[in-house]
Design a protein around this ligand. Structure first.
Ligand SMILES: NC(=O)c1ccc[n+]([C@@H]2O[C@H](COP(=O)([O-])OP(=O)(O)OC[C@H]3O[C@@H](n4cnc5c(N)ncnc54)[C@H](O)[C@@H]3O)[C@@H](O)[C@H]2O)c1
Length: 278
């Protein structure tokens, strides 16, 4: 398997593939970024060993199946490539056009995009039938769902290959069509935006909002905690992308979140969002 981009998502996806027994070639833009991803994967597998969920031999074998490269051409032997590079259409179009030239004609090409059109990405290739979406959730090793996205011209075979691959990677796959936000984000993003707007309308604190949704709606985690975890910048970016496509006011990021993003209050990763983190 090839994985293009070993950031937050790509490293998690590579980890799942290694644990499932695949040989993985991961491509990053610099060898330092690749090594950093290897370090994170090693760290998470090490934690599983400490918890008794994985043997030290299996961890070592999994890490031994990971090959790093900065050259996309080294993904040539892949049966499937999962792309998890930056969420920018031009970068993804370039990546898919290059992948098409490199891999075998029947290899499946999957994108982990959250908010771009899989159909548009597939159009960068002359074989759009083998392009699908495999939308993992963050953190990929822990979140059980993967949305298997059928683009306009995806073949049945490519969709089924991705579905079975999702299962082999230990996930619960759900097939869906290529619509903005697919299934989960189409629902969750406007819902979280509503929660943020209701903070001001109902004049409640983030703590009170989280308590209300946890105890009144059975959410495992309150919406303010969740947006902090996702990253305010990531959430605002996804909201803007959905709003651009659907033009529904609820999809647009609330001004309060845009102001937080602009001020660098990005949630857990920056140390401060709705809450402060040490
Ligand atoms: N973060 C999330 O919550 C989340 C959830 C689901 C899906 N996604 C999607 O996953 C993708 C990656 O997101 P992320 O959060 O991991 O981003 P990230 O910024 O953590 O990682 C992106 C990585 O791609 C690398 N990269 C950039 N251009 C590249 C190229 N041409 N080839 C190889 N590597 C390249 C960057 O160096 C970086 O390490 C995006 O499409 C995003 O929408 C993100």
């Amino acid at each position: 398997m090839g994985v293009a981009g070993l950031g937050a998502m790509g490293a998690g996806i590579a980890q799942l593939a290694l644990e499932a027994g695949f040989d993985v070639v991961g491509r990053e833009v610099t060898s330092e970024l690749g090594e950093a991803a290897r370090g994170r994967i090693g760290h998470f597998l090490g934690r599983k060993v400490e918890k008794g969920q994985l043997s030290a031999e299996d961890r070592d074998a999994a890490l031994g199946r990971l090959e790093l490269t900065t050259d996309l051409a080294h993904l040539a032997r892949s049966d499937v490539v999962i792309e998890a590079i930056v969420e920018e259409l031009d970068a993804k179009l370039e990546c898919f056009a290059e992948l098409e030239r490199i891999v075998r004609p029947d290899a499946v090409l999957a994108t982990n995009t959250s908010a771009l059109s899989v159909t548009e990405i597939a159009a960068a290739t002359s074989t759009p039938e083998r392009v699908v979406g495999m939308h993992f959730f963050n953190p990929a090793p822990l979140m059980p769902l993967v949305e298997i996205v059928r683009a306009e011209l995806s073949s049945e075979e490519a969709v089924e290959t991705a579905y079975r691959l999702g299962e082999r990677m230990g996930k619960t796959p759900v097939r869906c069509h290529d619509t903005p936000g697919f299934v989960v984000n189409r629902i969750l993003i406007p819902l979280l935006n509503d929660c943020v707007r209701a903070l001001d309308e109902a004049r409640v604190t983030p703590e009170e909002m989280d308590t209300a949704l946890r105890h009144g709606a059975g959410w495992p985690m309150g919406p303010c905690t969740l947006v902090d975890l996702v990253g305010i910048d990531v959430h605002v970016h996804a909201s803007e992308a959905l709003y651009e496509k659907l033009r529904e006011p609820r999809m647009a990021p609330p001004p309060r979140l845009v102001a937080m993003r602009n001020a660098g209050l990005l949630g857990r990763k920056s140390g401060r969002g709705f809450y402060s983190y040490d």
